[in-house]
Design a binder for this molecule. Structure first.
Ligand SMILES: [Zn+2]
Length: 407
């Protein structure tokens, strides 16, 4: 039992035309006309495949293939929205592999005990409406529907109004529902699979994330007449913190990553000693305790840097997402599927967020990664070869058969 790679490739090429950029990438922001056309295309294909299609109040689209028993479905999903000048593989590939799995089940006249449902989640990227993964967040009961409806884009347009405008403000309640499992195929968006020449990543979970914000205040003064002695330069202290953040993972865990991505220097002119600096710190690790240890190291580093330059500091750890371990049963099903196919695979963690993160709070969830060339994503260069997509899609098929219990 295998998927039909040519059919998958043809669907990918067709859907990829909707919102295609001149350089072969994709600009298909959530709830734009391009998003609507992609949704319409998917719905038509889902109906052709005999699925019972429904849309919920967040515009999430579901297509159910019946099982032989009245049991909760195995859900296969991802998203069709993209970031601006993004790639064609992020999201779209997962949705199309799920469709191909269903088409293959139809071809083989395969019956499963549990229904198999394809799902397409609204606004996964968070490029147009924040936060990201807003619709799976509502589905999982973690974000209030009202808050999601009132999210606005840069032009002040509300999410709910755009849902209505493109015809995807559905009638189904967007609430937690019984699910046998949730499974999502996605590109890795990192370099590990490619480096090790493996085509399937058995995703064990999504790392925890901590965001901090730091303000350093020194003394702003003229860059000329002020001697070097006695300067209280907020940027010099910030530079020390940047170096310290870079060194934190080395002291905590091999899996940790740490980034200062934003730096606002004031007054940010050539002839003034910087009076204040605001900066961000993004820490990620699969282990909650390691994150806590890292934050303690950050606290100390900031204190030391501030003291040595004689500046004051204000550090707040304002956002934290705990690590999401995926369900051993689903991870096991994916691993067994990859093994049965003889696909080169390894266990891996996701450093980025996905809808599977919210789904994991309401049902056993898991993911399958396929390699990203040069580890790149959210850009037009995003690419995965069909030789690598095929084993990933077949892994999705076999894992689905196991979880939905082929009869
Ligand atoms: Zn994605």
């Amino acid at each position: 039992m295998r998927i039909d790679r040519n059919r998958l490739e043809a669907a990918f090429n067709e859907l990829g035309k909707i919102g295609e950029t001149p350089n072969g990438g994709l600009t298909r922001l959530a709830l734009t006309d391009a998003d609507r056309r992609a949704r319409d295309r998917m719905v038509a294909w889902m109906k052709e495949a005999g699925l019972r299609v429904s849309v919920d109040r967040m515009g999430n689209i579901f297509g159910e293939r019946s099982g032989t028993e009245a049991l909760p479905p195995v859900m296969l999903g991802s998203h069709v929205d993209s970031v601006p000048t993004g790639g064609k593989y992020d999201g779209q590939l997962g949705v199309l592999c799920a469709l191909e799995v269903i088409r293959s089940l139809n071809d083989g006249d395969i019956r499963t005990r549990h229904p198999v449902t394809l799902s397409i989640f609204t606004n996964e990227e968070g490029a147009r409406f924040q936060p990201a993964m807003i619709a799976s967040g509502v589905l999982a009961g973690k974000i209030a529907l009202e808050d999601a409806y009132n999210a606005t884009d840069r032009d002040g347009i509300r999410l709910v109004d755009e849902l209505e405008r493109i015809g995807y403000l559905g009638p189904e309640p967007c609430v937690p529902r019984p699910l046998r499992a949730y499974l999502e195929l996605h590109i890795e968006q990192g370099p590990l699979l490619e480096e090790e020449e493996r085509s399937v990543g058995v995703v064990e979970g999504i790392v925890g994330i901590s965001w901090s914000r730091l303000t350093l205040r020194g003394i702003q003064d003229h860059a000329g007449p002020t001697p070097m002695r006695g300067r209280r330069d907020a940027l010099v202290a910030a530079a020390e913190v940047v170096r310290a953040v870079r060194a934190i993972p080395g002291q905590v865990s091999a899996a940790m990553v740490a980034t200062v991505g934003r730096l606002e220097v004031s007054p940010n002119i050539p002839n003034a000693i910087p009076g204040s600096v605001r900066m961000s710190v993004d820490l990620r690790d699969p282990n909650e305790e390691q994150l806590t240890r890292a934050l303690a190291l950050l606290d100390r580093a900031v204190k030391n840097a501030a003291a040595s330059e004689g500046v004051s500091h204000e550090l707040t750890h304002y956002w934290r997402v705990p690590p999401t371990p995926f369900h051993p049963e689903v991870v096991g099903a994916v691993e067994r599927a990859a093994q049965a196919l003889g696909a080169r695979h390894r266990r891996i963690l996701s450093g980025a967020g996905h809808d599977a993160q919210y789904m994991a709070t309401i049902c056993p969830a898991g993911m399958i990664f396929v390699p990203s060339r040069n580890g790149r994503s959210h850009c037009e260069e995003e690419f995965t070869a069909w030789e690598e997509i095929e084993p990933g899609a077949n892994t999705l098929l076999l894992a689905t058969l196991e979880l939905a219990q082929q009869v």
